[in-house]
Design a protein around this ligand. Structure first.
Ligand SMILES: *[C@@H]1O[C@H](CO)[C@@H](O)[C@H](O)[C@H]1NC(C)=O
Ligand SMILES: *[C@@H]1O[C@H](CO)[C@@H](O)[C@H](O)[C@H]1NC(C)=O
Ligand SMILES: *[C@@H]1O[C@H](CO)[C@@H](O)[C@H](O)[C@H]1NC(C)=O
Ligand SMILES: *[C@@H]1O[C@H](CO)[C@@H](O)[C@H](O)[C@H]1NC(C)=O
Ligand SMILES: *[C@@H]1O[C@H](CO)[C@@H](O)[C@H](O)[C@H]1NC(C)=O
Ligand SMILES: *[C@@H]1O[C@H](CO)[C@@H](O)[C@H](O)[C@H]1NC(C)=O
Ligand SMILES: *[C@@H]1O[C@H](CO)[C@@H](O)[C@H](O)[C@H]1NC(C)=O
Ligand SMILES: *[C@@H]1O[C@H](CO)[C@@H](O)[C@H](O)[C@H]1NC(C)=O
Ligand SMILES: *[C@@H]1O[C@H](CO)[C@@H](O)[C@H](O)[C@H]1NC(C)=O
Ligand SMILES: *[C@@H]1O[C@H](CO)[C@@H](O)[C@H](O)[C@H]1NC(C)=O
Length: 479
């Protein structure tokens, strides 16, 4: 409980006056103060290194330009686990490798492998040859963590998802390869929600990891949640056009296939504000013409101090869209429309089976997008021979749905390694508890030695009630 309790104590005595929920949207120093205070409370305790630039591992070597996609450029075989909150028995390796960007140029990306104590074995299809132990590989695609280098998940003590996914996978014997995505960790632009670029990063992280760790299985499953659900979907699509060997299938949990809805006005969600930075970078959206000056400066301030999701929420807190933007219609602009056309997933051929896991009470990405993406993917003749399953996790929210469906996705992954056949084509199923509504837990109420920022924001009830006000207004889904 090291940092958390002391922080709460600090919060209770000091931060109440520092986190000023009533800042006016035109008062930059107030917003900067609030952002710093939130970062100190919610984010700093979970970083391995702050600022990340202090860790030479994340700096790109001078000869990087000679690297080919999937090539390792840096390898830390035995990462010191003391700084991490990973489960007993697990270990870590970090690596830097080459991926490719939107122009097919080579870009540096970092990743981390969470190794289980002992590898899972498969009775029907033993991995490896006699006498050789292979670690079955799951490529994890992480959800939104922020948009600057500091927000690399390999630099988070809980690897961001802890027992929601990656710790659970390692504890049952999978080696989990986590890509940070190029631009989180490395010193290149990060294109938030540009799924197919992050899919490049995931696929090349698999190839890179396999090239230096022959004990990893040749076969692999990809799995992601939220932003990473979109990435996992994009990995399935990439495998149809530019496959790398060994792909067994992909799990897209709580995916928003359409990163932006181009027929509605922008909301007050900081994620949409983060996304405007991507569209500005890739399609020239003019930020100065859509933002009001102070909110834009506040978001740039968040970036300048290495602020991630929570610091972003703190910047905007209770503001409405008109407080933040001078033009709330910017999602209908040509740059946004072009981005959506190029970077949405679904409606494309898949290179292997897809499992969609979606909480029916998801307040973060909603259910409509995942369902529309499922429909579009199933409507495609080329996908008639592929298994696409949509599993609704009844009454569970964005993060809780991962716990409630854990048994199901673990079994699905195991079945892929066992080469069990799947029924071709599309199907839907519900996971629901037969126990009465109201008796089923909905929130993540436990802590694991660190704070879980997303969780404290969305669903945790363990914080003192005055801190609930810091439920800083993440808004409705975008699709
Ligand atoms: C800006 O907010 C600070 C509190 O952080 C307050 O002291 C100051 O008076 C505000 N400035 C204006 C112009 O409202
Ligand atoms: C900013 O926060 C500090 C405490 O962290 C406080 O002393 C100071 O008055 C605040 N400044 C403004 C302008 O709100
Ligand atoms: C860069 O240099 C290092 C050290 O000399 C070497 O090990 C590595 O293979 C080189 N990388 C590339 C991509 O050429
Ligand atoms: C691992 O890190 C801890 C704390 O940062 C440090 O005390 C220890 O010496 C390190 N171990 C090694 C082998 O470097
Ligand atoms: C990207 O570059 C590689 C060489 O690194 C080339 O083989 C490939 O065809 C290019 N792909 C596209 C889409 O241009
Ligand atoms: C978007 O906002 C503009 C300006 O406030 C308003 O005129 C328009 O009706 C809104 N459009 C939609 C689709 O909500
Ligand atoms: C947004 O909030 C401001 C107060 O910050 C208020 O004056 C304005 O009417 C609100 N606008 C909308 C569209 O709700
Ligand atoms: C706001 O953005 C929309 C979409 O690009 C554009 O059509 C509209 O003219 C802009 N409004 C203003 C006032 O600039
Ligand atoms: C998906 O398809 C089903 C069956 O055709 C339809 O009922 C549903 O409205 C569609 N949902 C979306 C979001 O497109
Ligand atoms: C899942 O549950 C929903 C809501 O109760 C229901 O409308 C739907 O038909 C169910 N789907 C299946 C495949 O059982």
């Amino acid at each position: 409980m090291k940092t958390f309790l002391s922080l709460l104590a600090l919060a209770a005595t000091l931060c109440q006056c520092q986190i000023d929920i009533s800042c006016s949207p035109s008062n930059l120093s107030c917003l900067e103060n609030r952002t710093r205070a939130d970062q100190a409370l919610m984010e700093l305790p979970n970083f391995v290194t702050y600022p990340i630039q202090d860790d030479a591992f994340y700096s790109t070597p001078a000869n990087f330009t000679q690297a080919k996609p999937g090539q390792i450029v840096k390898l830390e075989v035995l990462t010191n686990v003391t700084a991490y909150d990973v489960p007993p028995g697990t270990s870590l390796s970090r690596f830097m490798y080459a991926s490719v960007d939107d122009k097919n140029q080579t870009v540096p990306a970092t990743g981390i492998i969470l190794w289980p104590f002992t590898p899972k074995t498969f009775p029907y299809n033993p991995l490896g040859t006699a006498g050789e132990t292979k670690y079955p590989l799951v490529a994890w695609a992480h959800g939104t963590s922020g948009v600057v280098r500091q927000c690399a998940v390999s630099n988070l003590q809980n690897l961001q998802y802890d027992f929601r996914s990656v710790f659970t996978l390692a504890n049952v014997g999978y080696a989990v390869v986590l890509s940070d995505y190029a631009g989180l960790g490395t010193d290149v632009p990060f294109n938030y929600l540009a799924y197919k670029l992050h899919a490049n990063d995931v696929v090349y992280s698999v190839a890179a990891a396999q090239s230096v760790f022959p004990e990893l299985s040749a076969e692999w499953v990809s799995f992601g949640h939220s932003e990473g659900g979109g990435v996992a979907w994009a990995v399935g699509e990439r495998q149809s056009t530019s496959p790398i060997p060994g792909f067994l299938g992909t799990v897209a949990a709580a995916p928003p296939p359409f990163p932006i809805a181009t027929t509605s006005n922008v909301s007050n969600s900081v994620f949409q504000a983060f996304l405007s930075f991507t569209i500005s970078h890739l399609y020239g959206l003019d930020l100065a013409s859509i933002f009001k000056p102070v909110p834009l400066q506040a978001l740039q301030y968040v970036e300048s101090i290495g602020g991630c999701n929570d610091a972003g929420y703190a910047a905007f807190a209770t503001f409405n869209a008109s407080d933040i933007y001078s033009n709330v219609s910017w999602p209908m602009s040509q740059p946004a429309v072009d981005f959506a056309a190029e970077y949405s997933v679904s409606g494309k051929p898949l290179g292997g089976p897809l499992l969609i896991v979606q909480g029916s009470a998801d307040t973060v990405v909603g259910t409509v997008g995942a369902m529309a993406g499922y429909n579009a993917t199933c409507a495609l003749r080329e996908n008639a021979g592929v298994s696409v399953q949509y599993v609704s996790v009844n009454d569970q929210d964005h993060n809780p749905s991962l716990y409630a469906s854990q048994r199901f996705w673990l079994q699905w992954i195991e079945d892929r390694f066992n080469r069990l056949p799947l029924q071709e084509g599309c199907s839907m199923a519900n996971l629901s508890s037969v126990r009465p509504v109201g008796s089923v837990q909905l929130a993540e109420r436990f802590l694991v030695e660190y704070e879980k920022p997303w969780v404290t924001i969305f669903s945790a009830t363990f914080l003192p009630s005055w801190l609930w006000k810091l439920d800083l207004g993440y808004a409705q889904g975008t699709s």
